[in-house]
Design a protein around this ligand. Structure first.
Ligand SMILES: *Cc1c(COP(=O)(O)O)cnc(C)c1O
Length: 379
């Protein structure tokens, strides 16, 4: 059986974890967390990187940092993971969902500008597939309208647009190191901060609303409760595991890009979600497009019978129970529902071999041949 995903494991993680035992420092922000912070900051060229226990947590920190109040609006695509919206709904904001571009499955900039009102406070862009919309244009829209730009970069570690890392465009960006992502530590994430003025408060929010980080740097002589916050920092055990993977991040990403390119070459005659030009991808996912929901259901079943697991993706948030309660859709849903009903993600993970990819693409071709035969017969 070829599973849909297998978490990436290198083997070097165990040694680092045993070093945590030697250091006898298990709680957050020890040696390994600091190493991860430095690595992310340098690699992505951001002002500050702080590990969190998930991307969900990083998004919640972002929502706290921009001081949302009830009535404020936050615009995002409806085609995304629950946490993108939930983090801002938790602060009482109204979520304004917009449509996607069917080619990239990322937000549609034309829909975005029409959705901006005097209550709009922030735009959350979701780098679906590990690639993005036109970030230069988006940044201009945010600047012109005085809006925070927040990147949900959960899937896009090490991708670039116009040679600039995703995660370094926004005021705030959120990464995920969940086991389903390219680089993983079980559960993990990071908040990236590109606005100097937000750094100190981010440290406070992450440390239960205290100025503990300043205390450890010797900048204050005792620490106390100074603002709202929570406990957003991971244990050193997770940071040690993560550092092992970050040290080999280029190797891991290269492997995934090779798989992505093999899918692209062998499936060039079919439709699939694609990045814009000027993008360097990270091989996070490959989403094939079927004709419609009915054909996708047949496809997933056909592949399953050939021992290949494929997977659909998000149920659009504006159609969900909570989405209706906490948000609204602006404009027409031309593509969100239709496109989400016809994508099937193919297996893509570190341990997947070239032979397995060939077997998968051959099987896909035989599916489409069977479809063609049955339609010629019936017409
Ligand atoms: C995976 C993912 C998340 C959630 O990440 P966690 O680390 O599991 O909280 C959020 N947004 C997107 C787009 C994701 O793909």
């Amino acid at each position: 059986l070829i599973p849909f995903n297998r978490p990436c494991v290198l083997g070097t993680e165990l040694k680092k974890i045993s070093d945590v035992f030697t250091n006898e420092k298990f709680s957050g922000d020890g040696h390994f967390s600091k190493k991860c912070h430095e690595h992310l900051k340098k690699k992505l060229n951001v002002k500050k990187a702080l590990l969190t226990t998930s991307c969900t947590d990083a998004l919640e920190m972002a929502a706290l940092l921009i001081n949302l109040k009830p009535g404020d609006e936050v615009i995002m695509p409806s085609f995304t993971f629950v946490s993108t919206a939930n983090a801002f709904a938790l602060r009482g904001a109204t979520i304004v969902f917009i449509d996607i571009d069917p080619l990239t499955m990322n937000l549609d900039l034309a829909c975005l500008t029409k959705a901006i009102t005097k209550n709009t406070k922030a735009i959350v862009v979701v780098h679906y597939g590990g690639w993005c919309c036109d970030m230069k244009e988006l940044k201009k829209v945010c600047n012109d309208n005085n809006l925070f730009l927040i990147e949900d970069a959960a899937q896009s570690y090490l991708s670039t647009f116009q040679n600039k890392s995703l995660g370094s465009w926004g005021d705030l960006s959120c990464l995920s190191f969940h086991e389903t992502k390219n680089i993983q530590c079980g559960e993990g994430g990071a908040l990236l901060i590109n606005q100097k003025e937000l750094v100190e408060r981010a440290e406070i929010i992450r440390e239960k609303g205290t100025n503990r980080s300043k205390f450890f740097r010797g900048q204050v002589d005792k620490y106390s409760w100074v603002d709202l916050g929570s406990s957003f920092l991971p244990s050193e055990l997770n940071a040690a595991f993560l550092l092992a993977q970050l040290e080999d991040d280029e190797v891991i990403i290269k492997k995934r890009i090779d798989i992505w390119n093999q899918y692209q070459d062998e499936l060039s005659e079919f439709e699939f979600a694609k990045p814009l030009s000027e993008t360097k991808i990270n091989g996070h996912l490959f989403a094939l497009k079927l004709k419609d929901l009915e054909q996708r259901t047949l496809f997933i079943e056909f592949m399953k019978n050939k021992k290949i697991t494929t997977s659909f993706h998000y149920i659009p948030l504006h159609s969900s129970e909570a989405g209706k309660k906490f948000g609204r859709f602006h404009g027409q849903d031309h593509f969100t529902t239709r496109e989400s009903e016809r994508i099937a993600r193919l297996p893509l993970y570190h341990a997947l071999t070239q032979q397995e990819v060939s077997y998968i693409t051959k099987t896909i071709k035989s599916f489409f041949e069977q479809i063609k035969r049955s339609t010629t017969r019936s017409s």
